[in-house]
Design a protein around this ligand. Structure first.
Ligand SMILES: NC(=O)CC[C@H](N)C(=O)O
Length: 366
């Protein structure tokens, strides 16, 4: 093992909180919205989930890096987080299948991070003060850092999907599969596409700003609206696409950002949560079956409970048992439904994968 020389890094929060730690990953300075994920495993899947684009992630699990990194655990082509905050960082790894250390992986992919931070204190701080911007630096002193932090845009009102979506159309699955689904890529995770293709779905993945007419020209059996980063209130272009899919009466399934956009297309407003839901053990109740499921979550916006209650267009199908936020909806009289959480897991429990089967049943009943 190469001996690591410890270099200082700072983490500065928008409310003035300043923490000192050790620089990890690539050296440099980068800001974003700070949020925490409570998952005990799956760090590489989290860092490569494009929904985290623009955000600095704090892992609450205190040991990070100890099982290294490997290609099969990428949820997109590279890490998408703007920064990483951890407590006990491991430069060595002890998993046979891993191909490199987390340090090699982060350096190679330009991810800036800080270790040796009291993450328990930091998480309690974010949980009581709410989501805010922050900046990590291994090169600037505090005054210069304050000036850089002031330039970091607020997540409120930010459109980010078009920056992480594919530029070119591509296909996933077997061309001779029985079903064809048009996928609107707003920052999609690989495991969603795997969950569809392994169930006999041939997927054509379209860039974020594709219109309904362009997708329809392929003559798909159904439409999927993906997860992704940013504020759904800044995505009228995608709300328009979803509205047209609904008007055409086509089967539609949305996950996370896709859920928020389906809600907006039905006149339900979205709002920024105090500090969001990010972890692998969020309890959800399915209001149709009465059964509960443990879910993987990653969202900082939510759809209005009040609007859903008063809506004659949608009904709630799932509720989050910790705070009673709406976790799933279906559109009355349509073949369209969505969930706020991640049935594909990766990382996380597999309780909710039945939703992919439900989508396929919905398409078949067309
Ligand atoms: N995972 C997602 O799709 C996140 C959706 C949205 N960007 C949010 O933070 O709520």
């Amino acid at each position: 093992m190469k001996l690591q020389k410890k270099e200082k890094a700072y983490l500065l929060l928008e409310d003035g909180t300043l923490l000192e730690g050790t620089a990890i990953g690539k050296k440099g300075t980068r800001g974003g919205e700070i949020c925490f994920n409570t998952g005990m495993t799956g760090y590489q899947e989290i860092y490569t989930d494009p929904s985290y684009y623009g955000q600095i992630i704090v892992n609450t699990n205190s040991h990070i890096g100890n099982y290294g990194a490997m290609n099969e655990e990428q949820e997109s082509d590279s890490p998408k987080i703007n920064g990483l905050v951890v407590n006990d960082y491991s430069y060595v790894y002890s998993r046979k299948l891993a191909t490199e250390s987390l340090q090699e992986y982060l350096e190679r992919n330009d991810v800036i991070g800080i270790a040796d931070v009291d993450t328990r204190m930091l998480v309690r701080h974010i949980r009581s003060k709410g989501a805010m911007n922050a900046i990590i630096s291994s090169e600037l002193e505090v005054d210069a850092l304050k000036a850089e932090l002031a330039k970091v845009p607020s997540m409120h009102g930010l459109e980010l999907s078009s920056q992480v979506s594919t530029n070119e159309v591509y296909f996933v699955g077997d061309e001779s599969a029985p079903l064809k689904v048009a996928v609107l890529d707003l920052g999609i995770k690989n495991s969603i596409l795997q969950n569809l293709s392994s169930r006999g779905v041939y997927c054509k993945v379209f860039p974020a700003k594709t219109t309904f007419e362009e997708m329809k020209a392929w003559d798909p059996d159904g439409y999927f609206i993906s997860n992704g980063p940013g504020d759904p209130a800044a995505m009228d272009y995608a709300v328009e696409t979803v509205t047209q899919i609904l008007d055409a009466g086509e089967p539609l399934f949305g996950i996370c950002l896709g859920h928020q956009l389906l809600a907006r297309a039905c006149g339900i407003s979205t709002y920024k949560m105090h500090h969001g839901h990010r972890g692998l053990n969020h309890p959800i109740k399915n209001l149709v079956t009465g059964l509960s499921e443990m879910t993987s979550q990653n969202h900082g916006f939510s759809i209005s409970e009040e609007d859903v209650k008063n809506s004659d267009r949608v009904e709630a199908t799932h509720v989050h048992l910790n705070d009673h936020t709406v976790a799933g909806i279906k559109v009355k009289g349509k073949k369209a439904f969505s969930v706020q959480y991640h049935p594909e897991a990766s990382p996380g429990p597999h309780d909710s994968r039945y939703l992919f089967d439900q989508f396929i049943q919905t398409i078949k009943s067309k």
